[in-house]
Design a protein around this ligand. Structure first.
Ligand code: FRU
Length: 489
């Protein structure tokens, strides 16, 4: 039998056990011990940011999911809080993903109770808290059966308020088509079914972790598809279009991936008290190798990103500005060209906790490709390349030599307007790499597992020289939130 108390005791007793100096993130959220997947219940509540997540404390493999919990005043310094939910009811073997709302000062979590062997397999439940730390589950599920339009796959409720009414969007499927279904409620307890607001088999036969929000003058739906027909849609998708509450209809106008890296799934977002739409994803992917599992932990979340609509109605993702608070030791350079096959440009920029901002003038260069090397070893056997290929107009992250694991390659096309430069905004953490290109036109998030002392950074150009427009880098501060903040457990 799982309980919140048992989970907290276990986390406390084992708190030092999985201290992994080599791969433990310095400024990303990761589980104190055990397994982490989706971010859940993202909310800015009474001036503090809360991040819950799918947690299985007792093993570094996925298991009966609990809701782990962190909070922060600034999205930078995180405090570890007690586990919020454990699968302790007869109708649940897991507390699956969901969301959080502020209901007149009461933090309310809405989640899917999943039962492995009984039917109904997935129902929607709530839990409430006055202090945003300790939660009491409501005695009855609030939606105890899936709609006719859907099936037993019926999960990951996202709830928000619009003009005084609560709305809930849930992912389901029927036949080979993933669907988003909508409910409304006056009190978060009694829910009316409004219908299917979007569906499509092209984007997968089940839509997980759906979210819906207004961005600029469009509506954006995000979800993570299962079994999409094309690998183009394999992780998480932005659907951009219009939404009509009265007709319960979302019209898709365009779509693109949220993140083109290999380690990104189950993204979720919230609006903070400053009015920003902030998105966080799970920085891993199902069925991939996670070398940290041997060290007692697995999973991390991406840095928070702010979303904006571009002039051509695509969604731009940029790191939240609070990340600047982590900066120390500013590095810059005094040359404006990276020469063909030369090395040793960034001798002073070393580390495994780094931020780099580099801008190249691709159009006035004659190279085939150019970019940045991070996490390189002295003998050059280990390294990770981030580059732009002028031949294919692609951003490529080559992780074939990044270290342990099968990190491979991640890439996407980056179309340049006339006179547009190529810029990389790179965040390196102990076992991760996030690359934001051209002010958020595309992002690629990846996990890499280099050796502790692979800390060399460089610039490179191949097949000709490349003009460099600007370069800034910082070492980033790190915090042992998972060691230091057990006082609440
Ligand atoms: C997405 C997901 C969700 C589910 C959770 C279970 O990664 O499969 O649909 O709620 O993970 O941990």
């Amino acid at each position: 039998m799982f309980t919140v108390e048992k989970a907290n005791e276990y986390l406390y007793e084992n708190r030092i056990k999985c201290y992994d100096k080599e791969w433990r993130p310095g400024y990303h959220l990761a589980p104190p011990i055990g397994w982490m997947n989706d971010p859940n219940g993202l909310i800015h509540f009474k001036g503090e940011y809360h991040v819950f997540y799918q947690l299985y404390p007792y093993s570094s493999e996925w298991g009966p999911t609990h809701w782990g919990h962190f909070k922060s005043k600034d999205l930078i310094s995180w405090e570890l809080l007690p586990v919020a939910l454990a699968p302790d009811r007869s109708y649940e073997t897991h507390c699956y993903s969901g969301s959080a709302v502020n209901n007149n000062g009461i933090m309310t979590l809405i989640y899917t109770a999943h039962h492995e062997t009984e039917s109904p397999k997935e129902i929607q439940c709530i839990a409430t808290s006055n202090d945003g730390i300790y939660f009491t589950k409501h005695l009855q599920p609030v939606i105890s059966v899936h709609p006719e339009d859907g099936s037993e796959e019926f999960r990951d409720p996202k709830v928000w308020m619009h003009e005084g009414i609560w709305y809930m969007i849930v992912g389901t499927c029927k036949g080979n088509s993933g669907k988003a279904v909508l409910y409304s409620s006056k009190n978060l307890i009694d829910w009316d079914y409004k219908g299917v607001i979007a569906e499509s088999g092209i984007f997968g036969d089940m839509w997980e972790c759906i979210d819906l929000f207004k961005l600029g003058d469009k509506y954006v739906m995000t979800f993570s598809p299962m079994n999409p027909v094309s690998l183009e849609f394999k992780k998480s998708i932005f659907l951009i279009g219009s939404f009509n509450y009265d007709l319960a209809e979302f019209k898709i106008e365009s779509h693109h991936e949220i993140d083109y890296g290999n380690d990104f799934y189950a993204a979720n977002s919230f609006e903070d008290e400053k009015g920003r739409r902030i998105l966080i994803g799970w920085m891993n992917m199902w069925r991939t190798k996670m070398p940290t599992q041997e060290r007692g932990w697995a999973g991390a979340l991406t840095i928070p990103r702010t979303l904006k609509l571009s002039r051509d109605n695509t969604v731009l993702s940029e790191p939240v500005e609070e990340l600047k608070l982590l900066r120390e030791n500013h590095h810059t350079i005094d040359f404006d060209e990276v020469q063909d096959n030369k090395k040793g440009y960034l001798k002073a920029v070393k580390g495994k906790y780094l931020e780099l901002m580099v801008e190249f003038d691709s159009q006035n260069s004659d190279s085939e490709r150019f970019g940045v090397i991070v996490r390189a070893s002295i003998d050059c056997r280990e390294f990770t390349e981030i580059y732009y290929s002028r031949a294919t107009a692609e951003v490529v992250i080559d992780m074939k030599k990044s270290g342990v694991g099968e990190c491979g390659i991640a890439k996407t096309v980056l179309k340049l307007e006339e006179n547009e430069n190529v810029s990389f905004h790179i965040f390196v953490d102990a076992s991760s790499l996030e690359v934001f290109c051209n002010n958020g036109k595309c992002v690629l998030s990846n996990r890499i597992y280099p050796k502790e002392d692979s800390v060399i950074t460089d610039l490179f150009s191949v097949g000709g020289n490349t003009c460099l427009i600007s370069f800034d880098a910082w070492n980033l501060k790190t915090e042992d939130y998972f060691i230091n903040s057990y006082n609440h457990l």
